[in-house]
Design a protein around this ligand. Structure first.
Ligand code: ZN
Length: 438
């Protein structure tokens, strides 16, 4: 690799590279009229050009940086030799060859590559930009497809699935640390007139270490950030999503920083849940000033299941019964629903049906105060959270519950943390910018 120490030398080498490229371009695209595949050809050839150019620059930078300073052990670092290295980048074709200065500590003999250290290149030669790209591909698609299709075909860089899994584990640990950290810049306390903050909590299942395990998920948003699209669909312009495998405490550890960043300490918080007791315990612990609401869609699910059980799947009677109960719920007449069930239960001949009715009556009685839907609506609260449902789907289902997919605990936890950041508005870019600052 050519070593340039002055700008004039460097430009000379670059001109030579550019001339070779121009020559190739002339012969291949102009003379051979390889028009159909010209762009594909250019991506490969241009990638080679860019990699050569960067290699020359990296070599020059290595001379510029030199070898100096002291080792972590306190010993002095001295120049040993120049060595050829291969750096893995995001440029098409991936590899950049350069010659860089190598130094060694006089005391502990530890070797060092100052310019590679400066560039943030890891022990296997991967640049931070390739880290970020390969991690993104892994978070979006299963490892195999991410490696061959997204990185290989689309970006023109090859990264093994093993490397991608290692990256996800490393970056996942960093993501977990970031999710549990106290918010760096909490929003200023909102005006008293500000509406409540909404926190939706739900669970989903993933197959980890040979068994189904629950993923607990929280979605934090401000109804003020809700807009209605042209097609009439509600959409949040900003939301935080967090998902963990483990205890309610583990979820609390990641939900709180996101809620606190939106001023949860000084605001009323609407907690939407599906009726699982741990959700209300967690809500009580985190948010003293809260309103608990049983998610409307979950209430509907429970009622629909009983309607089907009593009157048969898809029957008119089942539909009518369900509509009646939902109408009552919508108008704060939950007691009428419960009374109706108490009337029905002893009149069931089958024990299965009777249990179905009893269970629903108990469920509604337990959650009675959380189902004042008319009151909640009048106060401007969200009563059903499509946001949470879609968060479960986006964070968990789409990447972690594909057919035949198995996870190990460490890989699953890392992926959940990264998917949380990926699905939180603006968080992905922040996550990578804080890495550079570190
Ligand atoms: Zn040393």
């Amino acid at each position: 690799m050519e070593r340039c120490t002055t700008r004039a030398e460097f430009c000379q080498v670059m001109k030579a590279l550019a001339e070779t490229l121009a020559d190739d371009l002339w012969r291949t695209v102009v003379e051979d009229r390889c028009v159909e595949q010209a762009d594909a050809w250019m991506r490969t050839r241009g990638g080679a050009f860019l990699r050569s150019a960067l290699g020359v620059a990296l070599t020059a930078r290595a001379e510029h940086v030199g070898v100096r300073g002291s080792c972590a052990c306190g010993g002095a670092v001295a120049f040993r030799e120049r060595r050829p290295v291969r750096v893995h980048t995001v440029l098409p074709g991936r590899d950049v060859e350069a010659t860089v200065l190598y130094g060694q500590c006089g005391a502990c003999q530890r070797g060092t590559w100052p310019v590679l250290h400066e560039w943030g290149v890891d022990a296997e030669g991967f640049t931070p930009a390739l880290h970020a790209l390969a991690t993104l591909a892994s978070v979006v698609e299963p490892y195999e497809a991410a490696s061959t299709e997204l990185l290989g075909r689309m970006a023109g860089v090859s990264v093994s699935t093993e490397k991608m899994q290692a990256l996800v584990r490393d970056e996942g640990a960093r993501a977990t640390a970031q999710l549990t950290a106290a918010p760096a810049d909490p929003e200023p306390a909102p005006p008293v007139s500000a509406g409540p903050l909404t926190v939706g909590i739900d669970g989903g299942m993933i197959f980890v270490d040979g068994r189904w395990q629950e993923v607990k998920l929280g979605c934090v948003y401000d109804l003020a950030d809700r807009v209605v699209t042209a097609t009439g669909r509600g959409m949040l312009t900003r939301r935080s999503v967090v998902a963990v495998r483990g205890t309610p405490e583990a979820l609390a550890a990641v939900v709180w920083p996101q809620a606190a960043a939106l001023g949860a300490a000084d605001r009323r918080v609407i907690v939407l849940g599906d009726g699982a007791p741990w959700i209300w315990h967690l809500a009580a612990e985190l948010f003293p000033n809260r309103v608990e609401i049983l998610d409307w869609y979950h209430a509907d699910e429970h009622i629909s299941a009983v309607a089907r059980g009593l009157y048969g799947e898809g029957t008119e009677k089942a539909a009518a019964w369900r509509t009646t109960q939902l109408d009552r719920l919508a108008t704060d007449r939950i007691d009428d629903v419960i009374d109706g069930l108490r009337f029905l239960a002893p009149r069931q001949r089958s024990t299965t049906k009777r249990r179905l009715v009893d269970d629903l009556a108990r469920y509604l009685t337990t959650n009675r105060e959380r189902m004042r839907y008319h009151t909640f609506r009048a106060a401007g609260y969200a009563i059903g959270s499509g946001a949470v449902e879609s968060a479960v789907s986006h964070v968990v289902q789409q990447r972690m519950k594909r057919v035949g997919m198995r996870w190990r605990a460490a890989g699953a936890d890392a992926m959940l943390a990264l998917r949380s950041i990926y699905r939180t508005t603006g968080a992905w870019d922040r996550f990578w910018s804080t890495r550079q600052a570190a």
